[in-house]
Design a protein around this ligand. Structure first.
Ligand code: ADP
Ligand code: ZN
Length: 729
């Protein structure tokens, strides 16, 4: 590649992370600067970080243009990364500065390198040898010349740090100062390789051909849970490493467990680089820098890892590609799955979208010939898919305030006797969704949002699931002041825990819900302990549905299979189908066959029937027909425009005005609907309305939206955000 270099004093355009939507002119500093360099520039009285985006405009008096302060000691941004950010900005209608912020999320980017103590094998001989000391020495020998921090070394050897310190004193282990930002140990593509089954081999061969071609291509890798999708895409990662290119595996945040990293380590001999919210600042900075130097071959990360400065990206895997958490719902509204495809296409890289229940979007892209499809049809080994059936709640005898049907209870009893695990699934956090006053009928709501407060008995508080506000559980009704008349209505996982424990007093029951933990790490540790057999019955929300392996789990009971079908969202059927299939997939992964029981009041509902029959092809065909008829994604284009303001009148007035003056949209044949209350109609004291814009697949939607929105002078109190491809419609 021809890297452009600017000499000292030459004008360059710098894009900063500050919300100014122009590239600003600066003079190249002493020694000059490269295109794409990360630099520090003066902006008013401040110093800010930016990237040399191109030539300067020359629109300003040269004498007054300031100089770049310094060039940061990190790899310059590559041209295709610039293109990626520009295209992503244009697609999501996001200012470039906000896009650049995503790409500079390295804490302490401009700081000098910080040092830390590391340990490696020294030359001294120990005065005496103990088991613990031998372990430390073996670890260091196994890993050749690598050095580790005290904590890493002690953990890997399974000894206390005092053992290592003793060895340091005698010179057996040497101590030195090293920069914190060190390369990641090399991964061995041939380490821990498993023999693939014939089916897997066939799929892997196609994927490997794609890697070998060194061109862009997207493959939808579909296969039931436990069919070996992970096994197969790790082969593609291995091929990518052999080709000397970098690989990125994206997982939904919640699935980023130690379990997965251990698996990668078992396959490649070393842990990969990690990028997600649970990673320390120091480690993030190291990851960012090393990815930029090509000294991290594989990154396992959450969606924002897409914006890391890869030097030679050859493969992006998006695992659980249908997962709604790939859609960022704050700040820049992007879908990591779609952005992965964009990024790969600019890097001549391959994309693998893996899922047991692909999104309708990917399905449609396969149909349209844009994605290639590969399928794994059977589970690995003798494991079979769980037997799924419905429990018709209309005929079951369940007392008021209880939710477990006799049929489900019997199935659980059977598992307890066989010492197997059961999972009871209810996608509702807290104790009860409604707190109702029996005297006046008042339901306690959030003061700042349009949502009910949910009782969390474990925390002894009421919580708003929209804004996170909590308050102590009151003893009297805030409305009529009646004492002791507040009662819990409806089930949440905590309440299910109580009910199940009462049914089986001797069973070990564990409730798994994200708010019961102080940190993501604590939660993941608990999940792993449970997977190892640390309890008999798991009661869980959505978070157990993803990626965790429970080898002894043979029964899944869904308390309310109808829950996701309520409401008018056109995606509700797809979501319910995916979630139910995924939850059911938790059972019977190992040698033991599993069973899934769905409690439902509408067993004849088309979606429930499709779930039970596992008849995906016809389910998707029916879904596709419905979406085509409605002209909505993936067969049409949509955008949601959300207006928010503390003043409810204002949002509706502006919304109505926008809907009236819709000429730029009509010109491309697009339609505007609304304004209507947004899916979250009030949050943190701000009222929200939404306009939905619908257009044909080929229409230049972004351009028309920009012109349309640009017509309006919005009051300062009002915020507008544009969501291309909204999650709900
Ligand atoms: P998926 O990603 O489709 O859910 P996995 O790749 O996790 O499937 O495979 C399910 C289980 O079967 C894992 O424990 C995995 O290690 C094992 N497995 C799959 N394929 C093989 C193979 N070819 N050899 C050995 N074990 C395998
Ligand atoms: Zn709230």
């Amino acid at each position: 590649m021809d890297l452009m270099h600017f000499n000292e004093g030459e004008l360059v355009g710098v894009l900063t992370t500050q919300p100014i939507d122009r590239v600003l002119d600066y003079k190249a500093p002493e020694g000059g600067v490269m295109l794409g360099a990360f630099v520090e520039v003066p902006l008013g009285p401040r110093k800010v970080i930016g990237v040399v985006w191109g030539k300067g405009t020359g629109d300003y008096d040269y004498a007054k243009v300031r100089s770049i302060i310094r060039v940061l000691d990190v790899a310059p941004m590559r041209e295709e990364m610039q293109t990626f950010l520009a295209r992503a900005a244009a697609y999501t209608l996001t200012p470039m500065s906000a896009m650049l912020r995503l790409a500079t999320r390295a804490p302490g980017l401009g700081d000098p390198p910080s040092m830390r103590k590391v340990y490696r094998l020294g030359t001294g001989a120990p005065d005496r040898i103990t088991d613990a000391r031998t372990k430390v020495i073996e670890v260091l020998r196994d890993y050749g010349g690598l050095s580790f921090t005290m904590k890493e070394l002690a953990e890997m050897a399974g000894v206390g740090t005092s053992v290592v310190k003793g060895l340091v004193k005698q010179g057996v282990v040497s101590e030195e100062e090293a920069p914190r930002d060190t390369p990641y140990p090399a991964l061995d593509p041939d380490y821990g390789r498993k023999a693939l089954t014939a089916d897997q081999e066939e799929v892997a061969t196609v994927l490997l051909d794609g890697i070998a071609a060194g061109t862009y291509g997207t493959t939808l890798l579909k296969g039931v849970t436990g069919s070996g999708k992970t096994e197969v895409y790790l082969e593609a990662v291995a091929a990518c490493l052999r080709a000397g290119r970098q690989a990125l595996v994206l997982l939904p945040e919640i699935a980023l467990t130690g379990e997965f990293l251990t698996r990668v380590e078992a396959r490649f001999g070393m842990k990969p680089a990690e990028w997600h919210s649970g990673v320390t600042m120091t480690e993030r900075r190291r990851c960012w820098k090393m990815v930029g130097q090509g000294a991290a071959q594989l990154v396992v990360g959450a969606r924002s890892a897409l914006f890391l400065p890869f030097q030679n990206l050859g493969l992006i895997v998006v695992d659980e590609e249908h997962d709604t958490s790939y859609k960022q719902e704050d700040g820049v509204l992007y879908n990591a799955r779609d952005m992965a495809v964009l990024r790969a296409s600019l890097n001549d890289a391959q994309v693998i979208l893996a899922s047991a229940t692909p999104s309708l979007e990917s399905w449609a892209n396969v149909e349209a010939g844009k994605y290639h499809r590969l399928t794994l049809t059977s589970r690995f080994g003798d494991a079979v898919l769980p037997q799924m059936s419905a429990i018709d709640m209309r005929v079951e005898d369940v007392p008021g305030g209880k939710w477990v049907s006799p049929a489900l209870k019997n199935a659980m009893k059977d598992r307890l006797e066989k010492h197997e695990q059961s999972l009871i699934f209810l996608n509702r956090r807290g104790y009860a969704p409604i707190t109702l006053c029996r005297a006046c009928g008042h339901q306690i709501g959030c003061d700042h949002c349009d949502a009910r407060m949910v009782e969390h008995r474990f925390l002894k508080r009421l919580m708003c699931h929209q804004c996170g506000e909590t308050k102590p559980m009151p003893t009297k009704c805030p409305h009529c002041e009646a004492e002791d008349r507040l009662s819990a209505v409806g089930p949440g996982v905590e309440r299910m825990g109580e009910e199940v424990q009462a049914l089986f007093p001797d069973a070990r029951v564990a409730v798994l819900s994200s708010d019961l933990y102080g940190s993501a790490r604590a939660m993941k540790a608990h999940i792993e302990e449970i997977a190892q057999g640390g309890c008999d019955i798991i009661i869980g929300t959505q978070l157990v549905a993803k990626g965790h392996n429970f080898p002894n789990l043979t029964l899944v009971g869904v308390i309310d299979a109808d829950l996701g079908l309520q409401g008018s969202d056109l995606r509700a059927a797809e979501r319910t189908f995916q979630l139910m299939r995924q939850v059911a997939g938790r059972a019977g992964r190992a040698e033991k066959p599993g069973e899934a029981l769905l409690q439902t009041y509408q067993p004849e509902h088309a979606v429930i029937r499709a779930i039970l029959a596992g008849d995906e092809e016809s389910f998707w065909a029916a879904e596709a027909e419905e979406r085509k008829a409605a002209g909505v994604p993936p067969y049409g284009r949509m955008a949601g425009i959300v207006l928010s303001s503390p003043n409810v009148q204002e949002v509706f007035d502006v919304g109505a005005d926008m809907a009236r003056r819709d000429m730029p949209l009509r010109e491309i044949g697009a339609q505007v609907f609304g304004p209507a209350p947004a899916p979250i109609a009030r949050i943190r004291g701000r009222h929200r309305v939404r306009l939905l814009v619908k257009a044909d697949k080929q229409a230049p939607l972004q351009k028309a939206l920009a012109t349309w929105v640009g017509q309006f002078k919005l009051p300062n109190s009002l915020r507008l955000s544009i969501d291309i491809d909204p999650q709900s419609f």
